[in-house]
Write a protein that binds this ligand. Structure first.
Ligand SMILES: [Mg+2]
Length: 343
């Protein structure tokens, strides 16, 4: 029997007590589960919250959908953007107050469970407007919201909470206008701004933290501008997984506000040791080499070039990110080799 076990290298989840997981592009893509996602989530053994900006479905609907992929998910493990919107709404309302809803069941069940009343017309004198995506939302709904929001807050106008600001939403037929686009239509009519609840704003993360009592959660997502930016704003660990929207090029060029703590190829990376990054300065030329595993990227002045591809694209991406992110100028001031941006 070995007396000493060599301590394992750190993984992205070291010290983490709870997972916050995005759905689309992380757990599933359309009707299919993403390879290794379900097994890898289970293998962590950690309490898991699922955070979704999509306001059209209830927490129970989402839990059922996730369970169909083989995960065991209770409705209270699902944190929806309508629930986060309720957090913003609560200080403004008394029991029984009417709320004008633009959206579907995902919002309606949350309003009703708090003892407020759903109305659909400005003539019902709502005390607030909540707006979230639903495929049945039409011009009449947007017009009623606009009528209810004619007055600005400083002139006694009512609060306007949007579940999320995603410009687009992926649906079976392709990419369609999302809630941000519909909110923008109302904004154009009323000349005032909504308050947003979902990712990348912090209420959704705060809600998850309250519900799970998490001290050290990690957000795992596929989008820099929602999942990672939101985690960074909340001050929690962020992990980008390359199975969805954002890949090498967007990560290499990412604004400092949305750079994740870790990047993994798929969710197996959650519990795999992190390959160390090595940085070497060649004193004669001033070139700097960034290596991850067998991947090597060189920064020579403003040129970022591929020296050697890694066994896995994610290693090369990490080396390229290190080369770009540690440069003394923004990415637009650098010449990044096209093969790095094609990863
Ligand atoms: Mg996603």
């Amino acid at each position: 029997m070995a007396l000493f076990r060599k301590s394992a290298a750190a993984t992205p989840l070291d010290g983490i007590d709870c997972l916050y997981i995005d759905l689309d592009g992380v757990v599933y893509q359309g009707a299919a589960a993403i390879p290794h996602a379900v097994d890898s989530i289970r293998a962590t053994g950690l309490p898991t919250a699922y955070l979704t900006n999509n306001a059209s479905r209830t927490d129970a609907d989402v839990a059922e959908h996730l369970s169909s992929f083989g995960l065991e998910v209770r409705p209270d493990q699902v944190v929806t953007s309508p629930q986060a919107a309720m957090r913003l709404l609560a200080p403004h309302l008394e029991p029984g107050d009417p709320v004008l809803v633009v959206g579907g069941a995902g919002i309606v069940v949350e309003i009703e469970s708090r003892g407020w009343r759903v109305v659909r017309a400005a003539a019902d004198r709502p005390k607030a407007v909540v707006q979230g995506f639903h495929p049945e939302v039409g011009w009449k709904d947007l017009a009623e919201a606009a009528f209810a929001l004619q007055r600005k807050p400083e002139d006694g106008g009512i609060p306007w909470i949007a579940t999320n600001g995603d410009w687009t939403i992926p649906v079976a037929g392709g990419i369609a206008p999302g809630n941000g686009t519909l909110v923008s239509a109302v904004h154009t009519a009323v000349g005032r701004l909504a308050e947003f609840a979902g990712k990348p704003e912090t209420p959704m993360f705060e809600l998850a933290t309250d519900r799970f009592g998490a001290k050290a959660p990690a957000m795992i997502g596929d989008r820099l501008d929602t999942d990672i930016l939101g985690a960074r704003r909340t001050g929690i660990r962020s992990i980008l997984v390359l199975t969805g929207i954002d890949r090498g090029a967007s990560l290499i060029g990412a604004d400092a506000s949305m750079r994740p703590d870790h990047v993994i190829e798929d969710l197996r990376g959650l519990t795999a040791p992190i390959l160390p990054l090595r940085e070497t300065l060649e004193t004669s030329t001033g070139d700097v080499y960034f290596e991850v595993g067998t991947a090597a990227v060189r920064r020579s002045g403003i040129d970022i070039s591929l020296v050697r591809a890694g066994e896995r694209p994610v290693d090369t991406i990490r080396a390229a990110c290190a080369a770009v992110w540690s440069a003394d100028r923004p990415v637009l001031g650098l010449r990044v080799a096209p093969e790095l941006l094609a990863l």
